[in-house]
Design a protein around this ligand. Sequence first.
Ligand code: MRU
Length: 351
Amino acid sequence: MAFESKIRPIEWIDGYSRMVDQTVIPYEYKFINITKGDDMFHAIRDMIVRGAPAIGIAGAHGIVLYAQEGMGKYNDINAFKSWLLEKCDYMATSRPTAVNLMWACSEQKKVIENSKSDINGLIKELTAKAIEIEKDDIERCKKIGDYGAEVVPKGATILTHCNAGALATGGYGTALGVVRSAYAKDNTIKVFADETRPRQQGARLTTFELVMDNIPVTLITDGMCSYFMNKGMIDMVVVGADRIAANGDAANKIGTYTVAIAAKYHNIPFYVAAPLSTIDTSISSGKEIPIEERSHEEVTHINGKRICAEGVNIINPGFDVTPHELIAGIITEKGILRPDYNKSIAEVFLK
Ligand code: MRU
């Protein structure tokens, strides 16, 4: 059952991409129009749009923007195609961890390689694919939400980390999609949102969208989760993912692994909610997932203000990998995958 979100983080409008600027929430809720491929690259890299499925959609939009720009530069379709294929590879490097971005760029590459049309026709085909990826994501998230809602106990308190919500997807959410679908069935469920240092996606984005949708949410800082688990105040954990390996190891925002360990210790089920486009069957384990290193300033500063001594050493990995042993189930648009993940993941791609 769907509980619609009011948020559409990214949308193809006639000839350009319109996105919510996620760097200024909760102070402002404003839209930015992206009209050039390079601007889309920077919007992804600088996290104006963020969240694995949303940056996949953004990448697909970005290829259309490049194609529109190339129209004036090329007359020969083959030269146009090889230039655009290079742009697809380039767009896929705008962030390294979320595989949805690479997946969406490779979907656009297939359109280019298989097209029999002229330049104008190819741009139409790429636009149609970008819109399909965008709309399809919302449908996938609703299915993820409905499957996930089946394992949410009545009146449960669900802990989530980072933002795997409407803002991170086409507009419904993966982990928060489960929350939305569960809430539609049982309005006594509640959410605990981890702050999610260093960029505070939990505090800034998850609380923002749940408050907007009137779903009860309590903000806690990252170190508090075991305390509340120990008090019996958390019934389950649901998080999103940026890349899941063939054995079920799942990369998500830094700090997720800590939550999973705490959940295991307290015997609380820890679920990952993600579309199949987040699963990278080309890698056998999480050790092969590239982890983004982000700017030191994200750690040394909050809201532009230094919070530590000058000269301190900083390391800032953006993601960590939760080993599959800690994951009770991976909630996808085709149902909930259970261990043995090597088997259940291989099988779901045959369905
Ligand atoms: O660095 P971000 O904000 O893009 O990281 C986002 C996350 O880690 C999300 O949990 C993940 O992408 C899943 S979004 C449905």
